[in-house]
Design a protein around this ligand. Structure first.
Ligand code: BGC
Length: 429
């Protein structure tokens, strides 16, 4: 009898297990179709805005979107690493595998146009711009940066400036330093600071782009905006005497950086300026967002800013944009996100936190602090030049090689080798 009970128990157990497993496969079938239903309602936002100084703006934008569209799910798919160091590689793998995110961060200029648009991976957005009445809401030159062959391919959320130096005001004051406007003045100030035991220039080139950004600004200062552009358009060679002069000046600047530069990222280097160990930092104005929101420093009290020496009147433009990749499941939902991102409300939620100025011309100035307001004014009259370090001036292939060449130059300081490496990479530009 006991045996029979045991047998029945086993049988029941087996049946229950079988039911469970078929249930679970049934479930997974269900949840599969459930997923694809919700996939139709999910918008995956791919960027490299994670953590300190990067994330606040994105989260504010997502909050605003969720308020307006509680029915559409957002997935924040950010991959850490300044300037997209890691995100761009992950994105490339996904795009090549025909698995694009719903929308992704991409710089206006070559990164978008000669990258994803040329590879036929993006949908044109001309009608979308017309429908939203956006054609005169973004500066023409900005629309050009996100267009190829007459078609518009993305929506700019911000305009960052790259040729700016942030400085610790107390350190400048204590050492009697005036804001330098020329290279000579910069070097004189740096000598004075060095003598006083302060690191003149903070650098965190654990990721090489931060040093490349300094180099591009030196190039801009030495060549001026027109010839800087010509250099990246291939009309002036890297063997030009002035490129050599820029490399020498860049090398001289590197005499004034912190010793542990190679183990710091951009936020770590900004901290040196925040705490007064270093005096100056050349960084795009996402550093302004970091100083204000994360380190709670006050603009024009704790930190000041000035144009990179000899680049007054030029604006090294870095614009973060989002488009519509081909082959995604729910373009209409993604367009709803792009609509919020391109709206005055969206831009004014994002940019005051990010340190950037709005891409739109009709944003609410009162939402920005002195830095933002002054930068908006500067932008209007400035000569716009594309950034190399942030993918606008040249192809990703050239940028990778330029970053390598800069990285080697930072330690070896061999001008000729540096120039040769740039020259060799130039055909890929
Ligand atoms: C992006 C910025 C970002 C910065 C640092 C730049 O390439 O345009 O939005 O804050 O990298 O990660």
């Amino acid at each position: 009898m006991k045996k029979l009970y045991g047998f029945i128990l086993l049988l029941v157990l087996a049946l229950v297990l079988a039911a469970c497993s078929s249930d679970s496969s049934g479930d997974s079938g269900d949840s599969d179709s459930g997923e694809s239903e919700s996939a139709g309602k999910k918008v995956e936002i791919f960027s490299w805005w994670t953590g300190a100084g990067e994330e606040d703006g994105l989260l504010a934008l997502i909050d605003l979107f969720e308020e307006k569209h509680p029915d559409i799910e957002i997935e924040n798919a950010a991959v850490a690493g300044g300037a997209g160091t890691n995100a761009k590689a992950v994105l490339a793998t996904r795009m090549q595998g025909d698995d694009p995110p719903s929308t992704f961060q991409v710089h206006g200029g070559d990164e978008l146009n000669e990258g994803w648009v040329a590879a036929d991976k993006m949908e044109p957005l001309n009608d979308f711009y017309e429908e939203n009445g956006w054609m005169d809401k973004f500066p023409e030159e900005l629309i050009d940066l996100v267009s190829k062959d007459g078609n518009i391919y993305s929506v700019p959320v911000d305009i960052h400036r790259g040729n700016v130096i942030f400085y610790n005001m107390k350190v400048f004051e204590e050492n009697g330093i005036e804001v330098p406007t020329t290279f000579d003045e910069f070097f004189a100030a740096a000598d004075k600071l060095k003598e006083a035991g302060v690191t003149p220039l903070a650098l965190g080139d654990k990721e090489a782009w931060t040093a490349t950004q300094i180099f591009e600004n030196v190039l801009l200062g030495v060549l001026g905006p027109d010839d800087y552009k010509k250099l990246f358009e291939g009309e002036i060679g890297f063997d030009d005497e002035r490129v050599k002069e820029a490399a020498e000046k860049f090398g001289k600047m590197l005499d004034y950086i912190n010793e542990d530069h190679a183990s710091r990222n951009w936020q770590d280097s900004a901290q040196l300026v925040a705490n007064g160990e270093a005096a100056m930092l050349n960084m795009g104005d996402w550093a302004k967002g970091y100083f204000s929101n994360d380190l709670e420093l006050e603009t024009n009290k704790d930190f000041g800013y000035f144009e990179f020496p000899a680049t007054d009147g030029s604006f090294a433009i870095i614009t973060d944009t989002f488009g519509l990749p081909k082959g995604i499941e729910n373009p209409d939902d993604v367009k709803e996100f792009l609509k919020v991102l391109g709206s005055v409300e969206g831009q004014d939620a994002f940019n005051p936190l990010k340190g950037s100025i709005p891409a739109r011309v009709d944003a609410d100035k009162s939402k920005y602090d002195e830095y933002g307001q002054e930068t908006m004014e500067d932008f209007k009259g400035a000569r716009l030049v594309p950034s190399l370090a942030h993918g606008s001036a040249a192809s990703e292939g050239f940028l990778t090689k330029a970053n390598q060449a800069v990285n080697i130059f930072v330690t070896q300081r061999d001008v000729d080798t540096f120039i040769k490496a740039l020259q060799n990479a130039a055909p890929e530009m």
